[in-house]
Design a protein around this ligand. Structure first.
Ligand SMILES: Cc1ncc(COP(=O)(O)O)c(C=O)c1O
Length: 254
């Protein structure tokens, strides 16, 4: 049988997992999580990077942060993986599918504007197989209609549009480190936030609706339940594995 995919290992994954175990901090938001987040923020200029347990979870966070609710419409390409739509369906949104380009499976930016109604809130361009959507046109439509753009960059780590990293152009971006992707962690993902309006709330939603991140930075003297959220952050075992991959991103991409 020919396997669908074969995970690439750099050789240091288990070494870093062992270090995380020896360090005694296995839950999320520890040393390896911060290393991965810093790496992405510095190398690609993302406003904020938050590691998540999957791209599906990153999309769910983006849907919550977008503030959408029942009756709101979200434009999603008809050719994509379920999660691009599912994250918004969970918020009660109506999905409006946009057709692909004639020559590639990405959303046809010229067919988006005719789908916009007064209920439209979000556009989700999917950079299928790392091929960039026409982000200039999409951001222009979003600006004129006051829409939020969530880039589904699940397949687009270290991919670019006119020299700009994908996931850094829309208001938010969502990445996957699932075993079938280029850079892997078994199951894993990342939310990037490029619009500073969403940053404070993103940390709260990430940490089960608490302001725990602010507490750890010493900004508040106790933390509590302040908003909706879930347990979107991965354990240090996952980010330790991912760090071994990120150290070798250029080799892996080649
Ligand atoms: C375009 C797209 N979006 C979202 C996802 C979901 O990613 P994950 O498996 O990390 O939840 C995938 C996974 O293949 C994908 O291809």
């Amino acid at each position: 049988m020919i396997p669908f995919n074969k995970p690439f290992l750099t050789g240091r994954e288990t070494e870093y997992i062992s270090q995380a175990v020896a360090g005694g901090k296995l839950s999320g938001n520890g040393v390896y999580t911060k290393k991965c987040q810093d790496f992405f923020e510095q190398r690609y200029g993302f406003g904020k990077a938050l590691m998540t347990t999957s791209c599906t979870d990153a999309l769910e966070m983006a849907a919550i942060l977008s503030g959408v609710g029942p009756g709101d419409e979200v434009i999603v390409p008809s050719y994509t993986f379920v999660s691009s739509a599912l994250a918004f369906v969970r918020q009660g949104c109506r999905i409006v599918f946009a057709d692909s380009c004639n020559d590639n499976p990405n959303i046809d930016a010229d067919k988006i504007e005719r789908l916009v109604t007064e209920r439209t809130r979000v556009i989700v361009p999917v950079h299928y197989a790392g091929v960039a959507c026409d982000m200039d046109k999409i951001m222009d439509i979003a600006l004129r209609h006051n829409l939020i753009v969530v880039e589904d960059a699940a397949q687009a780590v270290d991919s670019y549009y006119k020299g700009r990293p994908l996931g850094s152009i829309g208001h938010m971006g969502c990445f996957s480190f699932h075993e079938t992707k280029n850079i892997i962690a078994g199951e894993g993902g990342m939310l990037t936030i490029n619009d500073s309006r969403f940053i404070r709330r993103s940390e709260i939603i990430w940490e089960k609706g608490t302001n725990r991140s602010e507490f750890f930075r010493g900004e508040v003297n106790k933390y509590g339940w302040v908003d909706t959220g879930s347990s979107f952050l991965p354990s240090e075992l996952v980010t330790a594995f991912l760090w071994a991959q990120l150290e070798n991103i250029d080799v892996i991409q080649q």
